[in-house]
Design a protein around this ligand. Structure first.
Ligand code: NAD
Length: 477
């Protein structure tokens, strides 16, 4: 087994607990076993609820400055130990080292941002229009937050939830995915070392996500759900939370369009596409999924992307020189290969830009040419290093096709100038638009989607409000 620097038990009430059941975690680049982690039962999940509920009474009234200092300390530990975190991410997720390190820094920044936000929770005071009373608005922590995270950002999706929850005065139970629990357990350890009191952060790893989650969500002591993952699972959770009218923040799937409009600079569009498409090997909810390129630019853009794809160094994520790592599992790899087969059957040229390593869950980077809007590759979230190119006659057509989806997380617009880019961005049905750049995510910005890509926003000024309840006092002063 690889030497990994993280606990492998369940973190409940400040103690690392190891039950009788365990499951294996693998390195998808060579299938080696990295660790065996504790496999929580329903009873363990409910113990974590008890721990979080008990800790809430004190944590919710801890001075915001003190909560801020715990988060600031977590930021400092995570930054100082960035190599450890990046190594865990690269090992269990397979992503390239530079992406793992990029994620680590991004993840740590949520602790810094929300350490600053903790002390800035505003209320309100004003007179009613009839002046018969004053309207005082207050914000109070919701209570115990249940958090479910996906495998594609094992660190950042956890810190994007834990940091605002703690800043708001909530306590939490984090349930990481089965594929990548090690990074989450390490973050649990960081929170302990940063001074989070026992029970404020609990981490429950399990291979029975549905069963354990249903029990936790059915417990009246749980006040809110924060979920990041697929739209399909998100919808099934919403049905459960509807039973209790439980506030539910949903960061769901995407199908991001990438527009290259007439007059756009090709070199910068290719450079932006490499980030938007290839960050995390394409396994990102924000990954550019469909490229709508003006007909005059299709050839140079496709050729530029093809050349860049061909030059990527593929290999195990932990190798510092790797630029494109493995997919998280054979299951995810095979989903992408099945989409490529289907596209080939539709007459799309899916010749890979290079050969993938023979062993491991690798997918060769592929520029798919001759793609029709509405075909397989434009309808499905590919989640891998495949770039389907659709030729468009004009901006109106590009916008119409871009919006022709039930998803609305992010769009990318490459235009001749930023003014045109903003004009087109206003027509995009997505929560975020990156204009003449390949990445938008920032802890200080509101991250989230329209349509079936989600409910609520994480990060920015909005993120903390996912964990705060608004209360209004009517009083005659
Ligand atoms: P997933 O929905 O399969 O799993 C997400 C989490 O839900 C995991 O922890 C999993 O164990 C858990 N889960 C699965 N079934 C469950 C159930 N029945 N009840 C409770 N929990 C359950 O998604 P994934 O494959 O891990 O991640 C990829 C998806 O996540 C993609 O669709 C991607 O777009 C999306 N994503 C969205 C964002 C965003 O911010 N919008 C960010 C990252 C990933």
């Amino acid at each position: 087994m690889t030497d990994i620097a993280t606990p492998t038990g369940l973190l409940i009430a400040g103690e690392w607990q190891s039950g009788p059941d365990r499951f294996e975690v693998h390195d998808p680049s060579d299938y080696s076993v990295l660790a065996e982690v504790a496999d929580a039962s329903v009873a363990d999940g409910l113990d974590a609820v008890t721990a979080a509920h008990d800790a809430f009474a004190e944590w919710s009234v801890t001075p915001p400055r003190q909560r801020a200092e715990v988060l600031r300390k977590a930021f400092e530990i995570m930054t100082a130990e960035a190599d450890t975190c990046a190594r865990l991410i690269a090992l269990e997720n397979g992503k390239a080292w530079r992406d793992a390190m990029g994620e680590t820094i991004y993840a740590a920044e949520f602790f810094r941002w929300f350490s600053e936000e903790a002390a800035r929770i505003e209320g309100g005071f004003r007179y009613a229009p009839a002046r018969d009373k004053t309207i005082i608005t207050d914000h109070r922590p919701m209570g115990v937050a249940y958090m479910i995270t996906p495998w594609n950002f094992p660190a950042a999706m956890a810190t994007r939830k834990i940091a605002p929850a703690l800043a708001a005065g909530c306590t939490c139970i984090l349930k990481p995915p089965r594929e990548t629990p090690l990074t989450a357990l390490w973050i649990g350890d960081v929170m302990q070392r940063a001074g989070a009191p026992a029970g404020v952060v609990n981490v429950v790893t399990t291979s029975h996500a549905g069963e354990v989650s249903s029990a936790i969500l059915g417990d009246p002591r749980v006040a809110t759900l924060s979920f990041t993952g697929s739209t399909w699972v998100g919808k099934s959770l919403l049905k459960q939370t509807a039973e209790r009218v439980l506030p539910s923040s949903m960061e769901l799937g995407g199908n991001a369009p990438f527009l290259v409009l007439e007059g756009a600079d090709i070199d910068s569009a290719v450079a932006g596409a490499m980030i938007a498409k290839m960050r995390n090997g394409g396994s990102a909810c924000t990954a550019a999924n469909r490229f709508y390129v003006h007909e005059s630019l299709v050839e140079p853009f496709s050729a530029g992307l093809q050349e860049a794809f061909a030059g990527l160094r593929m290999g195990p994520g932990v190798e510092p020189t790797t630029e494109l790592g493995a997919m998280v599992s054979d299951i995810e790899r095979d989903k992408i290969l099945a989409l490529l087969d289907e596209a080939a059957g539709e007459g799309v040229d899916v010749t890979p830009a290079q050969q993938a390593p023979a062993t491991g869950a690798f997918v060769a980077p592929t520029v798919a040419r001759g793609v029709e809007h509405g075909s397989t590759l434009t309808r499905n979230e590919i989640f891998g290093p495949v770039a389907p190119i659709v030729s468009v006659a004009n901006t109106e057509e590009a916008v119409r096709m871009a919006n022709d989806t039930e998803f609305g997380l992010i769009s990318y617009v490459y235009a001749a100038d930023p003014g045109t880019g903003v004009k087109v961005a206003r027509q995009m049905e997505s929560g975020m638009v990156a204009i003449n750049r390949g990445i938008a995510s920032d802890p200080a910005a509101p991250f989230g989607g329209m349509k079936e890509s989600g409910l609520g926003r994480e990060g920015g000024f909005a993120g903390i409000h996912e964990f705060l309840e608004t209360q209004y006092f009517a009083v005659d002063l």
